[in-house]
Ligand binder design. Sequence first.
Ligand code: NAD
Length: 282
Amino acid sequence: MTEDPFAGRTAVITGAASGIGAALAAELGARGMSLVLADIDEIGVRRMAAEMRDRKVHALGVGVDVSDPNSVAALAEASYTEFGSVELLCNNAGVLLLGTVAESSLGDWRWLSSVNVEGTLNCLHAFLPQMRRASGWRYVMNTSSTHAFLPDTSRSALYSATKHAVLGLTLGLRTELAADGIGVTLLCPGQAATRILDSQRNRPQSYGRRAGEPFGTGVIPMSIEPAEVARIAVEGIRRESPVVFALPEDTRATFRSQVESMWRLADDALGEHLETRAAAVD
Ligand SMILES: NC(=O)c1ccc[n+]([C@@H]2O[C@H](COP(=O)([O-])OP(=O)(O)OC[C@H]3O[C@@H](n4cnc5c(N)ncnc54)[C@H](O)[C@@H]3O)[C@@H](O)[C@H]2O)c1
């Protein structure tokens, strides 16, 4: 598709109170979409929706915890009650925690995976039945990360594991939903200037809070603006790209060589495996 499919349709964006989600809201609102803005930060997302309405965008702000299926079901109900249909689902809410595997707790893992993986799945389960029954242009975009393609994820292995899960989920989903005419894109940002390094602000006490984060803002240079990530992402949806990367310009060449070395790991291992098999046959 080359024409702009957005105007007059409705998007649901999770994690819309901050960073990339808020920027997606601004970009899609400017392109004429009605918006359901959802976030665990209910005050923030209601404020964001009010800002959108000031710009004459039809927008609803809804508090949601994506890790809770009941909360997500209520989000779907509120969305369909307000707008009658949902054409674009952006599963964007996510949290980050840095630290080694050895020093991480089960609570760390459960929190990360409950938001990043189960949160994505909960939203798919809540919205897909009605989206699949509808007709016309419909789309899902899941936010993964450049971390799903890096050969060295030390100090971010838990987070990377969740983003690998989103990669697997999304590629499979793309094939599955093709039969229904629903497009799917995987968004992989990197080093975007958001509040992701301060993710623990939203960590429920039930997962156990870390005594002190082993990192602070500024540890990783975050130099691509969320608005630029959103612009690249929305263009990827328009072009129906399977995967979209959005990272700072000065890091793209390094990232490319890191991805190449990731593939070399597999290629070398596969070559060795084939040689062993050939030797066994001889
Ligand atoms: N910033 C980056 O460099 C970067 C890189 C790769 C991937 N990402 C991904 O982009 C997405 C957006 O992150 P961001 O960088 O804008 O960070 P951010 O912290 O600015 O925004 C994340 C939003 O998700 C919300 N959220 C957290 N837990 C939630 C929950 N349980 N239910 C609903 N909402 C919840 C937060 O309140 C926040 O508004 C995430 O999936 C993140 O993993 C970001």
